[in-house]
Design a protein around this ligand. Sequence first.
Ligand code: FAD
Ligand code: NAD
Length: 484
Amino acid sequence: MKNNYDLVVIGGGPGGYEAAIRAGQLGMSVACIEKRVHKGEPALGGTCLNVGCIPSKALLDSSHRYESTKHELEEHGITTSDVNIDVSKMLARKDGIVKQLTGGVAALLKGNGVDWLQGWGTLVDAKGAEKKVQFTPLDENSEAQTITAKYVILAAGSVPIEIPVAKTDGEYIVDSTGALDFSEVPERLGVIGAGVIGLELGSVWRRLGSDVVVYEALPEFLAAADKDIAKEAGKLLKKQGLDIRVNTKVTNAEVKDGKVVVTSEKDGTASDDTFDKLIVCVGRRAYSEKLLADDCGIQLTERGLVEVNEQCKTNVDGVYAIGDLVRGPMLAHKAMEEGMMAVERIHGEKPQVNYDTIINVIYTHPEIAWVGLTEQQAKDQGYEVKTGSFSLAANGRALAQGEAQGLIKVVADAKTDRLLGMHAISVGAGDIVHQGMIAMEFVSSIEDLQLMTFAHPTVSEAVHEAALSADGRAIHAIQRKKRK
Ligand code: FAD
Ligand code: NAD
């Protein structure tokens, strides 16, 4: 085995594998060390491909098709009988997609000349021009060895946060990974945390028939989203049947006679609920166990993240860190862009991730998505703010699709007319807000969006109308009072 490289990447998730591929493209000699074993097989792709983005979206899609076939086809004049869900087939489809993608990543690494080392990587010595990484193979019969490299990228990702009041047991009380593999639909499902995972996976099992209660410790629902979007999301998700209980703290969860009894407290009053399964999804934490030798000199933050600057450089020359391991949102696309930035900087180029235009998407139905500043954030930053919004109820395409729920909102600087944020809860919101991202990258104004011709009939027309509405000019809404 080779033991000297230009670059060693520790972690083969979206951040790490993209960095390794880009380095291979640029002609560097690269090793990517990944210790993950998924369903018995060593696997690349990290959290995202194995137990995150991809399997959750496969289940969201299957469960949405089931629910819409069962409940939405009738209004189109389509009658069905006996719509059933075969959970094992649904899970097998998801596993097949995961396998196809993780196999694809292995082929891409190979095709770009990257060595995938199956095992643990530990940075043991970061000083000097040649960094030392200890590689401990998954194969217990193989010896650990030291690899040297000019550059190291730390891309070890994150793992679910555990809470002492609801310890996971892998069967009744599970984290997000366990919730992707329930062999049958739980009759009653508890979820701790009304964040992204709680809403997505809570929606999957609710659509398939579970009675779902979501406990949220904070008083505000979806505090990170724009208030108008969060309000609409709360209304729609509750209407769908998610019992979201804000300001409610779980104080205990224990398994009794094959059920989970959850004790929660709201306004000083305690109550018990009994569930078949409980998902704990209260956030994730950076994963740096076995990654860094004690004296390797890499600085961590108080929260255990690897400390980096805007370009993902650590405090030690030649060592970068990216993705969930460092500050910023824990999102696959953010990890990927950081991986590419780190490699291209090593190569002498000067790219910079624009952290102001990282998109957030929650893949409920309708989707919830945003880019840039919320109205409140813009006000807090001292902008004189103007906003415009448009309801999907007045969008022809959304109505024709039977998807006329939600709204699109734009936030702008009233003085310069510059677009500062776009927020959507709508069918396809995750794609819609890319228009806002591109517009913001090109420092577009609300007027720019007003002057462009949007195709009719599309849901995107609601972006046009939201921009028009910021100046009291929306056509399919009555705005005479606002007119200048
Ligand atoms: P990871 O994907 O966590 O990869 C790190 C890899 O490093 C892991 O495979 C780990 O085994 C390996 N590793 C760690 N330490 C070592 C070591 N010492 N030696 C060798 N290998 C090591 N994000 C989105 O953008 N969109 C979504 O729709 C989305 N859905 C999600 C759904 C769920 C249920 C979850 C849990 C997450 C979701 N995420 C989503 C978040 C996304 O998965 C992460 O932000 C992303 O995977 C982070 O990429 P990463 O490369 O930083 O880390
Ligand atoms: P999250 O931070 O999105 O939500 C966790 C929620 O749990 C928060 O609302 C928090 O207030 C609440 N909470 C925390 N402690 C609690 C407690 N003791 N009792 C009740 N509520 C409590 O975290 P998550 O949903 O676990 O997701 C983890 C990460 O994975 C996120 O950072 C997210 O970026 C990423 N992710 C992204 C996507 C996506 O992009 N679509 C999907 C899934 C996960």
